[in-house]
Design a protein around this ligand. Structure first.
Ligand code: ADP
Ligand code: MG
Length: 312
């Protein structure tokens, strides 16, 4: 049981919600993911993609229709209680009981997880997350940023092997975002597996080793950050030619040329090639044009490209 390579293994998860007007929404469709032990794993997708649904299934807040989930090798259907002890979830919503103080909330949470008094490290967590000064203030008086940190603190009280953060920096200011990122990295270096959802590419870029891109409940791609960024680093330039081109010169092969009527499209890696050198190549080949436009491929492009591939 204790021997596992993946902190989280999910296979063929499906979840359909039925809305008030009786329409169905497939929040997850055959969703499978393997999150390696010790990694920082990003679940990236636009709003409504199904990210929180997956997190909530892990936390037992949403019931899956079917599929299998193992947390640290423990099947959540067979041993829900033990599997839940392995994870600490920082929810997307800032729902904090306003009538408790941060200190009380952490102690309560520790009690809930059966952490013995002498094994608790409430003070240390409060300090680490910079909310120690507010430890006796009512939670309702805390700012949004402090609430976010308190939620992170709450997820840590039982020393979980996996921390799951659902949109940890949505609506958070730049300084706190940086703080949280550093803290997440620190936890990871000490051996905690991290899974976070985000719709910011920047966040995934800064933190994650591996990323799964999800849209409309379906996985579009799971890959290492490097491979995804290479995909994203591509840029396309279109030339409206004013000369006739009967064949594609060899010299342009490296740009994966596409000729469609009088539009010549070339793709290049913006980190390696400058547009200037492409223009020089065309000039040398005596290929002339009237107009030029460039398209940065960003995450949205990747989404579109992947979705089109998926639907066809
Ligand atoms: N409790 C619910 N009842 C009905 N629909 C829901 C419920 N929770 C989520 N959904 C729908 O499921 C889809 C996925 O939502 P969610 O998992 O929250 O996406 P994300 O976290 O990626 O933004 C959305 O279309 C959302 O409206
Ligand atoms: Mg969400």
């Amino acid at each position: 049981m204790s021997d596992y390579n993946f902190s989280i293994e999910a296979k063929n998860l499906n979840k359909t919600f039925i809305k008030k007007d009786n329409t169905k929404i497939d929040a997850l469709k055959n969703f499978s993911i393997n999150i390696p032990k010790g990694s920082i794993y990003g679940l990236l997708g636009p709003n409504g993609a199904g990210k929180s649904t997956f997190i909530n299934i892990l936390g037992g807040l949403v019931k899956k229709d079917n599929g299998k989930v193992k947390i640290c090798g423990i099947d959540i259907d067979k041993n829900a209680k033990n599997s839940r002890k392995k994870i600490g979830i920082v929810p997307q919503e800032l729902n904090i009981d306003p009538f408790f103080t941060p200190y009380e909330l952490l102690e309560l949470q520790a009690g809930l997880y059966g952490v013995r008094k002498k094994e608790r490290h409430t003070e240390e967590i409060l300090k680490k997350l910079n909310i120690h000064d507010q430890k006796n203030a009512y939670a309702r008086s805390l700012s949004g940023g402090m609430r976010r940190r308190l939620l992170v603190a709450k997820a840590l009280v039982h020393n979980p092997e996996i921390i799951i953060l659902d949109e940890p920096t949505a609506g958070v200011d730049v300084e706190l975002r940086q703080n949280l990122w550093n803290y997440i990295k620190e936890l990871n270096q000490k051996g905690t597996t991290i899974c976070l959802t985000t719709h910011y590419l920047e966040e995934a870029e800064n933190l994650c080793d591996k990323i799964t891109i999800i849209n409309k409940g379906k996985i579009l791609k799971s890959d290492s950050k490097e491979n995804l960024l290479n995909l994203i680093g591509k840029k396309r330039v279109n030339f409206n030619l004013n000369c006739s081109l009967n064949y594609l010169p060899k010299k342009l092969k490296i740009y994966n040329p596409i000729l469609n009527k009088n539009i010549l499209s070339l793709t290049y890696d913006k980190n390696k090639t400058k547009l200037r050198s492409i223009l020089n190549d065309l000039n040398n080949l005596k290929i002339t044009f009237d107009e030029i436009n460039t398209q940065e491929s960003d995450l949205e492009d990747v989404f579109i490209q992947l979705t089109q591939n998926h639907d066809s």
